[in-house]
Design a protein around this ligand. Structure first.
Ligand code: NDP
Length: 287
């Protein structure tokens, strides 16, 4: 029987509708409007699209958005000055520095300069530390989207063997931590795999839930998946045939019990979680 489809687009619409109501309530209670400031350095076309989509999504749920642009040849100091100004601005609740940054700018220095209270991407070392300790201020957006996709589709996580493929700082590693924490949405037994993992297929075949975030088009084949398992495809790969995930969808959908499409799976949830984090930031700064 073909896998059931985990529809991230529909879930994101539902989450955004819920959020829009919470934003109205927040404005009524605090007389302030949640506000996300996006910082874009240079003119990378993909980054332009991402920032535009994030700003549109903000506006659709009643969150204000600002765009601060710097030229591609801006120095680290120019950017740090802008961040210091946004950190102090009481009307700004969330700050998003769109990556990648031009090569003359040290990403880690910049991300550490964002106030941890406004760090809606959850990249600041303090927020990463809090996540590891199980007392997060913000959950990173893409891992939070994956977790919500599982929880809202009533897929049991506790006690399950989750295999996360990819150990990046923004997706695989934080997700592996979140799903292994005690409590709701966690309690999984997690195996984190990467490019040095030996006999990968033997491990992925053991996964009750397989999450793939490696950036390799159609890398996961049907033979690598446990029959009836849940497959979450985080990959976004632009190919001649359009956008494809890290999973060979048509073949894997014949084996898996549930699967996310690409596009329309994890992608829309990432932005929904950014909006959620902006409201969380506004709530903690205004109340
Ligand atoms: P990175 O390039 O930062 O990390 C890739 C990870 O995959 C690394 O840990 C790497 O291992 C591992 N890897 C690469 N090739 C293999 C392989 N052949 N076998 C096993 N492991 C491998 O990627 P990101 O985490 O930033 O992104 C991953 C994918 O998710 C991309 O397609 C990206 O576009 C997409 N993405 C989607 C988002 C969304 O909203 N849906 C958000 C963010 C990313 P090693 O560490 O050993 O090098």
């Amino acid at each position: 029987m073909p896998a059931s489809v985990l529809d991230g687009k529909r879930l994101a619409e539902q989450l955004r509708a819920e959020l829009a109501e919470e934003v109205i309530e927040f404005i009524q209670n605090n007389g302030a409007v949640p506000c996300l400031a996006a910082v874009l350095v240079g003119e990378d076309p993909a980054s332009e699209v991402y920032v535009r989509n994030k700003r549109r999504a903000c506006e659709a749920v009643g969150i204000e958005s600002q765009l601060h642009r710097l030229a591609a040849d801006a120095s680290a100091d120019d950017l740090l000055k802008l961040i210091a100004k946004l950190n102090k601005d009481t009307e700004v609740h969330g700050i998003l520095v769109q990556l990648p940054l031009p090569k003359q700018i040290d990403k880690n220095r910049v991300l550490s300069a964002v106030s941890p209270n406004k760090d809606v991407d959850a990249f600041h070392p303090e927020n990463v530390g809090r996540l590891v300790q199980g007392r997060p201020r913000f959950l990173p957006c893409t891992p939070q989207g994956v977790q919500q996709l599982l929880v809202r589709n009533e897929i049991e996580i506790a006690g399950k063997h989750v295999v996360v493929l990819g150990r990046s700082e923004i997706v695989g590693r934080p997700l592996s931590i979140m799903l292994s924490q005690p409590g709701p949405g966690g309690d999984a037994t997690v195996t984190l795999c990467h490019s040095r993992t030996r006999d990968l297929a033997a491990i992925t075949r053991e996964a009750d839930i397989l999450v793939v975030a490696i950036g390799r088009p159609k890398f996961i084949t049907a033979e690598m998946v446990k029959p009836g398992g849940v497959v979450i495809d985080v990959g976004i790969n632009r190919t001649e045939n359009g956008v494809v995930g890290d999973v060979d969808y048509n073949a894997v959908a014949q084996v898996a019990g549930a699967i996310t499409p690409v596009p329309g799976g994890v992608g829309p949830l990432t932005i929904a979680m950014l909006l959620r984090n902006t409201l969380v930031a506004a709530e903690s700064l205004e109340t």
